[in-house]
Every structure is written in structure tokens, then in C-alpha cells.
Write a protein that binds this ligand. Sequence first.
Ligand code: KIV
Length: 263
Amino acid sequence: MKYTKISHLNKLKKAGKKFAALTAYDFSFAKLFFNEGIQVLLVGDSLGMTIKGHNSTIPVTIDDICYHTSAVHSGVPYALLIADMPFMSYSTPQQSFKNAAKLMRMGANLVKLEGGLWVTETIRMLTERSVAVCGHIGLTPQSINILSSYKLQGCGKENANIILNNAKAIESAGAQLLVVECIPSTLAQIITNTLKIPVIGIGAGNSTDGQILVMHDILGITDGCIPKFAKNFLSETGDIRSAVRQYINEVESGSYPTIKNCF
Ligand code: KIV
């Protein structure tokens, strides 16, 4: 079995091939997803909502992410495993080093940080100390108390430019991957074409190099209504393994997301 590395995603980007990623929070689902062909998995702080039943990601702690990263890693030692740095776990350099190290010791290959320019110094310092980093811009759920709601970001020229400049700064700081969440498809396309590093979209149209979804959304078990950009693949296929394969096929062929999933 071969390890999935960032270099593999770089090759896919160069070849214009798309890839599908999913969140996972435990051994069994992670293993099933990997066996069906998902090579990039995220232990997202969305677990605050999907696993713990909170109404935001704010209560999630580094110990929560460590616990779930360790469980997921046991199921997918060969996958590329991204782990979220939760709210207030990267607010100072010392705290970031300590917490990133904890996640890597649990099996994370990359750590994901939400934020724009303010986080670039941290990305640089982590990268210099051999921590691979994934940026996360656009809708950043840890900022819910500033944003007021989980809504589309980057609308209008000025806001779009801020997000594009953040993307460039994150790449220059050394990030190896970037997640763009809930931004207009046209902006995501510009970011994807501008950056050399792979860009993974969620609610960002179908021009990004990769797509990521929360596993509960593709399986239709999300509490409340499923976001516009997501799709319940289980309702179409009837079993979990086929749902995952269908998700991968539709992402790779460019048939998901469709216009009705985009902004
Ligand atoms: O926490 C999470 O699940 C995420 C994805 C939505 C990208 O950050």
C-alpha cells in the first residue's frame, strides 16, 4: 500500500485531475472511506456539531481533535490526514507549536488553520519547524460570533480581492494546501488558477482542484437541513459504500457540484 502525500495532490493539480476528500471522526468510517477510494481525510472541528451536538465549532478543544485524529489514523495509516487546529489553539506561536505537535503525534500529516493575513506568520513559523499546513479561508466557522451567520463570503470586488490576497499570502507563507469555503465559484476559480498549491473547495463551485464535504452531509444524517452546496449521495445509492464511490466519481468527473450547489 502506498502513502498518499502532498506531492500526489500536486501531480493531480498539474494534470488537471480533481480529487475528493471527506471529513471523518472515527476508525470505522475512516477505514470504509479509504477503502472506497478517499485518500484525503479531515478530522474537522465540525465534530463539535456532528459528534458533540454543539451549535458551533467554538467549544471544540485540542484534546477532542487529538482523540479523533488518533482514531481516524488507526483506520487509515496510508491516507493523507489533515487535522483541524480548533478555536484558540493557535493564537500565539508557542501555543501553535505545542498543539500542532500534539496533532502530528496522533497521526496528522497536516494541520489546518482558519484565517487570512493574521495567520500567515503562524503558518510560516510552523512550516519552518516542519509542520505541513493547510490554510482555510472564505467562511471560517470559528469566526461565527463575528460573522453572525454561516453565509457566503467574498461577495463584491473588494471582499473578493481581500480573499484572493489572503490566499496568495497563505501560499507565500508556506502552506501546502488551501481550503476555500462558501465563496462565489468565479472567485474560487481565480484562486485555484492563481495558486500553485492544491485548492480544496466546499461550497465554492466545481473549478477547485479538490472538493471536501462533511461526511454527515453526504450520508444525509446532518441535523437540520443539508447545506445548498452539499449533496445526500446515500439517498441516491442506498448504501454507504456506493454513496462514497458515487461522490468520488462525480467529483472526479466534474459532475458534482452542479450549478444548483454553487454560489
Ligand atoms: O471542520 C470541518 O469539517 C471543515 C470542513 C468543512 C472543511 O473545516
